[in-house]
Design a protein around this ligand. Structure first.
Ligand code: ADP
Length: 449
C-alpha cells in the first residue's frame, strides 16, 4: 500500500474510532445519569404516595383513595397476601399496566420493569389491610422520559459522528498530501537526475520552515555541492590536460635534444637541463594550485579565530626575505586583530607577495592598518605594473597579462584566481591598483575582531 494511503487509512481509522469511543462513553454516562435522576424523583413520589395512602387507609373508600394517589403516568394497586388484586387505579395514559401480573412480596421491593418495551419503576411495600391481614401497596410509574431523552442523545451523537467523519477523512487526506508531496518531489527529482544525468533541484515554492522544507533544502544543498565538485573536477581535468601539454612538449623536445647532442655540447646540455627544470617546477606549482582549486570551499576545513595581522605578516615577510633574498619594508602603526583562518590567510599573502617579488625588482612595502571597520594588508611594489585594460581580467584562470613577459617571469596564471577563491572563503576582499611601469598595490581587506 502507498504511504499516502497508509497515512489516510491509519489517521481516519484512529480518529473515527476515537470519536465513536468518546460518543459511546458520553451516551452511556448521560443515559445512566438521566435514568438515575428519574428514578430518584420517582422514589420521592413513591414516598409521598405511601405516606398519604397509609395515613388514610380505612377512613376513605379504597377505590377513591387509590384514585386520589395514582401517579399521572402509572398505576397504584393493593395486593392481598394470596396474590389477588384488592383494589387498583391506573392513569389513563398507562392503561396497559392493568394487564400487569400481580404478585405478593414479603418484603419491600423496588425494581425497574419493562412492559411492551416501555420502562417503569416498580415499588412494593407490605401494609396492614383493614381486616388486619398483610397486603402490598404497589406503585408503578413510567420512567420512559429518561429513556426517550437518551434516545434523542443517541441520535444526536450518531449524527455528530457521521458528520465529523467527513472532515476527518478530508483532513487525513490533506495530511497525507502535506507529508507526501515533498517526498514525491524528492523521488521525482532523484529519478530525473538518474535518467538525465543532470544536477536538478527540488522546486521550493512554499516557505513552511518545517522538517520537510529542511529536507528539501538539504537535498538541494547536497546537489549544489555535488555539482560544484563535479564542475571543479571537470575543469581540473580539462585545464590540466590543456595547460600541461605545453610544458610536457617543451620537456620532451629538450630531452630529445639532450639525447641527440647533449653529451657533445655542454652549452646545449645546460640550456636543456635549465629549461626542463624550469618547466618541471612550473608543472609542480600548477598541479598544486589546480588541485586546490578543484576542492570545493566547503571541504577546506577552515578554522576561524582571532589573529594578530601584525604577527602573521611579520613572520611571512621574514621568511620571504630569506627565501627570495629581497628587501621587504614593513609599515605597522597599530595592532590589528582580525577574524580569519591562519593557514589560508598566509597562503593568500604568499600569492600576493610572490607576484610582487616576481614582477618587481626594487624594495616591496607591506602596510598593515584599519580602515572602515576592516583590517587591511597592502603589498606595494615598484615593478612593471599592469595595463588598465587587463586589470578586470587578472583574476581569471590562466590569464596572464602578456605571454612574452610571463615567459620571462614564469608563473601559471592561476595565482590570483586561487587568491580570489581563498579570499571568498575567508570573507576577505582583494583590490588591485596598478600603473604600467610604476608599480602595483594589492590590498587585502579582512573582517576585524
Ligand atoms: P601568474 O602565475 O602569471 O603570476 P597570477 O594569476 O598570479 O598569475 O597573475 C595574473 C597576471 O597578473 C600575471 O600574469 C601578471 O601579468 C599580472 N600581475 C599580477 N600581480 C602583478 C604585480 N604585482 N605586478 C605586475 N603584474 C602583476
Amino acid at each position: 500500500m502507498k504511504l499516502k494511503n497508509k497515512i489516510n487509512l491509519y489517521t481516519s481509522v484512529l480518529f473515527i474510532g476515537l470519536l465513536i469511543f468518546m460518543n459511546i462513553t458520553i451516551y452511556l454516562l448521560f443515559k445512566n445519569l438521566m435514568v438515575a435522576s428519574e428514578i430518584s424523583a420517582t422514589e420521592q413520589e413513591f414516598d409521598n404516595i405511601t405516606a398519604g395512602v397509609i395515613s388514610s387507609l380505612g377512613t376513605v373508600a379504597t377505590d377513591n383513595l387509590l384514585r386520589a394517589y395514582v401517579p399521572i403516568d402509572g398505576k397504584i394497586q393493593l395486593v392481598a397476601s394470596d396474590g389477588k388484586n384488592l383494589a387498583m387505579s391506573v392513569s389513563p395514559s398507562e392503561e396497559k399496566l392493568s394487564k400487569q401480573e400481580t404478585a405478593f412480596y414479603d418484603k419491600g421491593v423496588t425494581k425497574e420493569i419493562t412492559l411492551d418495551e416501555n420502562h417503569y419503576y416498580f415499588y412494593s411495600l407490605p401494609v396492614i389491610w383493614t381486616d388486619g391481614s398483610i397486603a402490598n401497596l404497589q406503585v408503578t410509574k413510567s420512567i420512559e422520559t429518561a429513556y426517550d431523552q437518551s434516545e434523542t442523545l443517541r441520535f444526536i451523537l450518531f449524527a455528530v459522528t457521521f458528520v465529523a467523519t467527513i472532515p476527518i477523512i478530508v483532513s487525513s487526506q490533506l495530511l497525507g498530501k502535506l507529508i507526501m508531496d515533498p517526498i514525491t518531489a524528492l523521488t521525482k527529482t532523484m529519478k530525473e537526475i538518474t535518467k538525465s544525468g543532470q544536477f536538478k533541484r527540488i522546486p521550493m515554492n512554499q516557505q513552511t520552515k518545517d522538517e520537510l522544507e529542511q529536507m528539501g533544502k538539504s537535498f538541494n544543498h547536497m546537489i549544489d555541492l555535488l555539482e560544484t565538485i563535479f564542475t571543479k573536477q571537470e575543469q581540473f581535468v580539462s585545464n590540466a590536460s590543456h595547460e600541461l601539454r605545453t610544458p610536457l612538449t617543451v620537456i620532451e623536445s629538450y630531452a630529445s635534444l639532450l639525447k641527440r647532442r647533449g653529451i657533445d655540447k655542454p652549452e646545449i646540455f645546460h640550456e636543456a637541463v635549465d629549461a626542463i627544470h624550469a618547466e618541471a617546477v612550473r608543472m609542480r606549482e600548477m598541479t598544486e594550485q589546480l588541485l586546490l582549486l578543484a576542492k570545493p570551499n566547503e571541504q577546506w576545513n577552515l578554522d576561524f579565530r582571532s589573529l594578530s595581522l601584525t604577527l602573521i605578516t611579520k613572520a611571512t615577510t621574514k621568511s620571504f626575505e630569506q627565501a627570495y633574498g629581497r628587501e621587504i619594508a614593513l609599515n605597522v602603526t597599530e595592532e590589528v586583530v582580525v577574524i580569519s583562518d591562519e593557514q589560508k590567510l598566509k597562503q593568500l599573502l604568499y600569492i600576493i607577495l610572490e607576484n610582487a617579488v616576481k614582477y618587481s625588482e626594487e624594495i616591496i612595502t607591506v602596510t598593515i592598518g584599519k580602515q572602515n571597520k576592516e583590517g587591511f594588508i597592502r603589498v606595494s611594489d615598484k615593478g612593471i605594473g599592469i595595463p588598465e585594460e587587463d586589470l578586470p581580467k587578472i583574476f581569471d584562470r590562466f590569464y596572464r597579462v602578456d605571454q612574452a613577459r610571463s615567459r620571462k617571469y614564469g608563473g601559471t596564471g592561476l595565482g590570483l584566481s586561487l587568491a580570489k577563491e581563498i579570499a571568498n572563503a575567508i570573507h576577505a576582499t582583494i583590490e588591485v591598483e596598478s600603473s604600467l611601469g610604476v608599480g602595483t598595490n594589492v590590498t587585502i581587506r579582512l573582517p576585524l575582531q
